[in-house]
Write a protein that binds this ligand. Sequence first.
Ligand code: HEM
Length: 455
Amino acid sequence: MDPSAVLPPGPGESVWTQLWRYVPRPGEFLERCRRDHGDRFTVRLAGFGTFVMLARPSAVLEVFRGDPTALHSGEANRFLAAIVGSRSVLVLDEAAHADQRRALVPALHGERMRAHVDSMRRATEESIANWPRGAPFPLEPRLREITLRTILEVVLGIGGRAADDPAPARTERLRRDIGLLLAYSRVPFAIVLAQITPHRLLKRLSFLPYYRELRRIDATLRELLRERRDHRVAGDDVVADLLRARRTDGTMADVEELRDAVMTLLLAGHDTTAVALAWVFEQVLERPAVHAALRAELGRVVGEEGVRAEQLPRLAYLDAVVHEALRIRTVVPFVTRRVMRPLRVDGHDYPAGVHICPCSHLVHRDPDLYPEPESFRAERFLERRFGPHEWFPFGGGDRLCTGMAFALTQMKVVIATVLSRVDLRRPAGARSRVVRRGVLMAPSDGVQVEVAGTS
Ligand code: HEM
């Protein structure tokens, strides 16, 4: 039987036309498909494959609760292996995936994560000190500097206080190379090339600046990780955890495994948060009442010395604003699972080989869940709780983003620090369109702002 024979309807255009429409404006494409075909439809994208988008919360819930042996996310992410390595948590499934996840989680949660709040605030304050005064500038690159600095500190233990860094020039080089790598990944259709070119070939394409940069980063990381492994340098960063962890046979992670884990966290863990933060500022600065309410809450809770970990639970309105911004500007529009054996989800049968995709972009616009979905109304998150299948900008189930708690904390610390320290405005006429950048939905103008004054 042709597996696609049983799939729900979708756009009738060729796979290339669908790709052509999807790539520049994923959100509009998905919304149009839902209008035309309902809350379950099939999209066919040249080079990527066949995707069944699921926009009904009950279907999303079943996928997130599904058996990890029947639904593979690693397999669906295989195209990322050329970048993050074949032993990255992103491209593994089942037991190997669960093992990797266990090793990554502790440093990003609980007390250890809260211990990073001070360095998140410091990184933000130092960045603010260098922001232009009296001229508009795009906020997103500044936010990315902050999130990159924090992730380097948390994962590798470098780049925090300059005095504590044994090799500041190397840290600086790593920062610059990661910035360049991201810039090259934004070349239109780069992700399509990564998808359709065989993995082994991609790694050898040294004439492509992206892969040249990737190799430079690799060389720096390998050098750094070899040092850490050979000298058993202690620490409370993720690499220290990975070095302490032992496989079931008692052996230690090798440098390649460490490299894949570090590369995954560096790449998954800072551009995402920077883009999400940029959207929060865009949404807040467009709405003077929201901006004023946030500043009032910060004035009540946060003292002169800046936000501290124990104050975060008392910033309820800030928390609601972050949730609402992530709802209305979902950074990753859907997540993907490859069906490994015939499976029934929410009353529908799927054959092995297709990809089913809980679509946050569409569920977050479901008017039954979120009345007037296009309006920014943070109060929704104060009035009721939404389930993990109703609000899921970080995906869900056994693949829920390992950095979710960390990202939410960092977002709150950065927003609280910026709004307490400077009076930001949107320059007249500034507007940010949603554009696709790699796998992210990002603001077209990097969110232009200007500093109107300091507090
Ligand atoms: C606002 C910021 C972020 C957003 C919107 C985001 C979103 C996501 C999404 C949608 C997934 C896929 C989940 C799924 O398939 O169900 C994911 C996975 C992942 N994220 Fe994040 N993420 C963010 C920040 C971070 C941070 C800060 C880190 C690390 C410090 C991180 C590390 C990861 C990892 C390792 C995975 C793979 C998890 C797995 O496959 O088991 N992310 N993220």
